[in-house]
Write a protein of this length. Structure first.
Length: 95
């Protein structure tokens, strides 16, 4: 487990973890970019409010992707169940 220093919104943070350094730096870059974009839209807000806004925006996108993937998984499982039912019928006719 190592420590990686990242810069987010002008602040340096030591991040401790097992993930690859490039991955952690990529995450930090994405958060930094999102915070800067939010700050551009509301330049008078303090950094703490920008951080909360950023978290909400990121979680909103995450939850929308999660729901979409859950829906797609449900559809795939339903199709698989239908196919298995058809296979069972065909195998039953052959015995």
């Amino acid at each position: 487990m190592g420590t990686i220093k990242v810069n987010i919104f002008g602040q340096e943070y030591p991040i401790v973890g097992d993930d690859e350094e490039s991955y952690i730096k990529e995450l930090a870059h994405l958060v930094d970019t999102e915070m800067k974009n939010n700050s551009d839209q509301a330049p008078m807000l303090p950094a703490s409010r920008i951080a909360v806004m950023t978290c909400l925006n990121i979680m909103d996108r995450f939850m929308k992707h999660k729901k979409k993937h859950q829906s797609e998984l449900h559809e795939i499982l339903t199709l698989c169940d239908g196919l298995l039912g058809r296979i069972d019928k065909v195998e039953g006719k052959n015995h």
